[in-house]
Design a protein around this ligand. Structure first.
Ligand SMILES: NC(=O)c1ccc[n+]([C@@H]2O[C@H](COP(=O)([O-])OP(=O)(O)OC[C@H]3O[C@@H](n4cnc5c(N)ncnc54)[C@H](O)[C@@H]3O)[C@@H](O)[C@H]2O)c1
Length: 167
């Protein structure tokens, strides 16, 4: 399979890349190196099945160009500093726009498979108590922290695009 891995130079993404290449898949890593590390992927640079694109998912034209002819997309790229998102909404906005660009590029190139790991923070925290202050969060998304909205936004993006494109 030809796999397109966003955030493939990051902590989680690079382990996925190792596994995919071990299983003889072709892999394109699309990563802007904002928090990725070259040392996580350097051991693949001479592998003919490995291709590295240093680029930001915000650059939609480039995403559309590079994603062409892939069979599946693994979307791991994100700003991992989710807690800062509470004070700085532009972090969440960028990640949601990046996910939107990726999904739209997939639609344009007729790529139908995406693996999106999201994050456990979208579920909020287990709570046995029923305090009144928790209720507004419960009735919305079950997200108890503001930064939970970030991954939840990306999840919603994906579900909406799935309905529009493939149902
Ligand atoms: N590390 C964990 O324990 C953990 C647990 C659950 C969920 N997650 C989630 O998994 C995702 C990845 O986590 P990680 O720990 O591997 O983080 P990471 O910072 O190591 O990896 C993220 C990668 O995405 C790249 N990236 C970020 N924005 C980009 C953009 N706009 N365009 C292209 N590349 C971009 C970064 O350069 C980096 O290589 C995050 O959403 C994180 O919240 C992480």
């Amino acid at each position: 399979m030809k796999c397109f891995v966003t955030g493939g130079a990051g902590f989680i993404g690079s382990h996925l890349v190792d596994r995919l290449l071990n299983e003889k898949h072709e892999v394109t890593v699309f990563d802007d190196m904002s928090s990725g590390k070259e040392e996580f992927i350097a051991h693949h640079f001479n592998n003919p099945n490995f291709n590295f694109i240093k680029e930001d998912l915000i650059n939609k034209t480039q995403v559309e160009k590079e994603i062409k002819d892939h069979d599946v997309v693994f979307h791991i790229a994100a700003n991992p500093d989710v807690r800062s998102g509470a004070d700085n909404p532009s972090i969440a906005e960028k990640d949601i726009q990046a996910t939107y660009n990726l999904l739209d590029a997939m639609r344009m190139q007729n790529i139908k498979k995406i693996v999106f790991s999201s994050s456990s923070v979208i579920y909020g925290e287990m709570c046995r108590w029923n305090h009144a202050w928790i209720q507004p969060f419960r009735s919305r998304n079950q997200c108890l922290q503001p930064w939970s909205q970030l991954n939840n936004g990306c999840d919603k993006n994906r579900r909406t695009c799935q309905k529009r494109t493939w149902s």
